[in-house]
Design a binder for this molecule. Structure first.
Ligand code: SF4
Length: 233
């Protein structure tokens, strides 16, 4: 079985607990206005087998320690469902901790994928229909199926929210978010990520107009203040 992987990063400390190997899958059907990986939107060439990927991940096993492991990211890993299941199955034989960084919109088979997943790092995007559409071009209802299955399996979530000036940086929005995340049964952590423009060069190279070219990067201090407000609500 083969899939299309854009890159594999080792020794990551930002993609879940501990030291991790992060696998970035190609292909995503959303078009988030702040996406910093537009080069991963298309499927690209299949370039790795399930056995090859498992071997690469296991090569780093000694660095994972007690908390680390592998994180599947992208792109949208849920679009590679059969491949993902095959890789997870093999990794679980070696007791590897598996995190899934996702927006929750794939092509189904969620129960079979999630039974191998120890932690879901979930990108909320936005809490309401209009905002979700504005950010992703997709319908918010599409995430329901994934969240329902994850809740049914009592999966642990880290919730991520990108804070974008003029879109998700108001106190009203932060209040809405506090309410919204009640739909997740088992939230271990919430993170706010300030919008940045590090991916702008990639858009230029791909000949795509940067959707937020006129929006400034999110002020980190303001983002921290909003986070503290969120915690104290
Ligand atoms: S879900 Fe992730 S990879 Fe897909 S467009 Fe949004 S930010 Fe980019």
């Amino acid at each position: 079985m083969k899939s299309s992987v854009a890159s594999i990063e080792t020794f990551s400390t930002v993609d879940g607990p501990g030291i991790r190997t992060t696998v970035f899958f190609n292909e995503c059907h959303l078009r988030c206005i702040y996406c910093h990986n537009p080069e991963m939107w298309n499927k690209g060439k299949v370039n790795i087998t399930d056995n090859e990927l498992v071997e690469k991940i296991l090569n780093n096993k000694e660095y994972f320690g007690e908390d680390g492991g592998v994180t599947f990211s992208g792109g949208e890993p849920l679009l590679q469902n059969e491949f993902l299941i095959s890789v997870c199955k093999k990794l679980k034989k070696h007791n590897i901790h598996i995190a899934l960084d996702t927006a929750g919109i794939g092509i189904g088979n969620y129960e079979n994928i999630l039974k191998y997943i120890d932690l879901i790092i979930f990108d909320v995007k936005h809490t309401n229909k209009e905002g979700y559409k504005l950010i992703t071009k997709a319908n918010i209802d599409k995430v329901d199926e994934f969240i329902n299955v994850a809740n049914k399996l009592n999966k642990k979530f880290w919730i991520r929210q990108v804070i974008v000036p003029g879109i998700t940086d108001s106190i009203d929005y932060i209040k809405e978010l506090k309410e919204y995340i009640k739909i997740f049964k088992n939230v271990l952590k919430v993170e706010f990520l300030p919008f940045h423009k590090m991916g702008e060069e990639k858009y230029f190279k791909l000949g795509i107009v940067t959707p937020l070219k006129d929006v400034a990067e999110m002020d980190k201090e303001k983002c921290e203040k909003l986070y503290n407000i969120f915690l104290n609500l």
